[in-house]
Write a protein that binds this ligand. Structure first.
Ligand SMILES: *[C@@H]1O[C@H](CO)[C@@H](O)[C@H](O)[C@H]1NC(C)=O
Ligand SMILES: *[C@@H]1O[C@H](CO)[C@@H](O)[C@H](O)[C@H]1NC(C)=O
Length: 417
């Protein structure tokens, strides 16, 4: 290679990295106004239905034909949700094969588009598109922090005290999603979930076919309501062998664990009621029985010791569902695993459990757990990279690495301290 050619190649590489470096290192040259204008253009539905809303407690969209002509616009989100729930109380307004109303719920601290994490906007836009532009339409609710408190006060006044004692908004949001499905009913999705299929048709005839637990030869089939057998939908987040240590090495509490970044339910479901009763019980134990060997500890200190994943998170959702279905339907929990049957949807009583691909498709090769690509027909939504807006804690991260790589640190906290 001639010296000249080398110089040219080197020059090109230098120019290339120079350009990349400055694109990354320099702040975007958009002014705040330009940034807002570009968001308006790229996310017109978020702009119209969320950013421009002036309602109290959040923003909402109710298909106009759902309400009688001349209904005055609701003044606040809890009132709007009551109207939507009443309108969607019959079969034509339910998700296919379910009695779950066609209502989408999401939550974020404010409805000002400037306060949204940029990465969430395409996902929220996609939810709104399914609500407003696909047939049949769905109602859509974006609850802000005030709206969340209003709903808790209306729907679960006896839990308000426990709710307010939760130290972090993340945990309040965990409880809220259960309460909103259990009082209003509908589909809940975190703002970093991106729907891949219209929620209206998430459940099809195949999903509700009878299935057999091949270990116990128990057949699970709907016996009561053949038209709308489903009242609750959960998806699997972790699917591992029962007697291996994989699940805790990856930070899960159960070999088969449910996710709660998305769920759907009809109001007043016994599993959701049980979750709320468990939450109350755990909180009461902390509030009224907080002691340690060396004397009393403060309520706050006791709260810090409660693991949010166990108290309000995926493990709490799994515990409530697992125990209820074991009692009422003798379900062997591990029978829900899709590792042996390629991942099929399973109906137990009126609770539908989607395989891992349902709400967690497109996992990488490592720790894949049977998750198929985003394009798989079983994929209902995808969960985008867990937001950087969540807490980062070096000890928790070290514990994670220690468990994953070395299989140690089983009891190391998974909670930021
Ligand atoms: C919401 O609006 C209804 C109906 O106007 C009203 O009765 C209720 O008090 C309002 N709630 C809040 C929290 O503003
Ligand atoms: C712990 O709290 C109880 C009730 O408030 C009180 O009676 C007791 O003396 C306290 N114990 C200690 C060691 O502070």
């Amino acid at each position: 290679m001639t010296v000249r050619r080398r110089a040219v190649i080197f020059g090109c590489m230098f120019a290339f990295f120079f350009v990349i470096f400055f694109r990354l290192a320099l702040p975007s040259d958009e002014s705040p106004e330009q940034k807002i204008a570009s968001r308006q253009k790229r996310f017109p539905l978020v702009w119209e239905h969320i950013h421009q809303s002036s309602g109290h407690g959040g923003a909402w969209y109710i298909p106009p034909h759902w309400l009688p002509k001349g209904t005055p616009p609701p003044a606040n989100i809890t009132h709007a949700a009551t109207l939507a729930a009443a309108a969607a109380d019959s079969a034509p307004y339910h998700l296919s094969h379910t009695s779950i109303p066609r209502i989408i719920h999401q939550a974020w601290k404010s409805t000002n588009i400037e306060h949204f994490p940029a990465g969430a906007l395409p996902a929220v836009e996609a939810w709104l598109r399914y609500a407003t532009e696909s047939e049949p339409e769905m109602a859509y609710f974006m609850w802000d922090d005030e709206g969340i408190f209003d709903l808790m006060g209306d729907a679960e006044p006896k839990l308000l005290y426990h709710f307010e004692a939760l130290p972090q908004m993340v945990e309040k949001a965990d409880v809220f999603r259960i309460v909103v499905c259990n009082s209003v009913g509908g589909v809940y999705g975190d703002i970093d979930t991106h729907p891949l299929r219209a929620p209206q048709t998430w459940v099809d005839a195949q999903d509700i076919r009878p299935w057999t637990d091949t270990e116990t030869n128990t057949v699970f089939a709907t016996t009561t309501n053949h038209e709308e057998p489903v009242k609750l939908i959960f998806g699997i987040e972790a699917d591992t062998e029962e007697d291996s240590d994989t699940y805790w090495r990856h930070g899960y509490h159960y070999p088969v664990q449910l996710t709660q970044w998305a769920l759907a339910g009809a109001a007043n479901h016994p599993v959701l009621n049980r979750f709320l009763a468990n939450f109350r019980k755990h909180m009461d134990a902390v509030t009224f029985g907080a002691t340690s060997e060396d004397g009393n500890i403060s309520q706050e200190a006791a709260m810090q010791k409660l693991d949010p994943i166990m108290l309000t998170g995926p493990a709490a959702v799994t515990e409530a569902t697992k125990n209820y279905l074991a009692e009422k339907a003798s379900l062997r929990w591990q029978a829900l695993s899709g590792l042996q049957d390629g991942g099929r949807t399973k109906l137990v009583l009126d609770t539908l459990i989607l395989p891992i691909t349902g709400f967690s498709p497109g996992r990488g090769k490592i720790n894949n757990m049977g998750s198929k690509p985003f394009s798989d027909p079983a994929a209902r939504l995808r969960h985008d990279a867990q937001g950087s807006w969540k807490h980062f804690d070096i000890m928790v991260e070290l514990g994670k690495t220690c468990r994953t790589l070395f299989g140690g640190c089983r009891d190391w906290s998974t909670v930021p301290g």
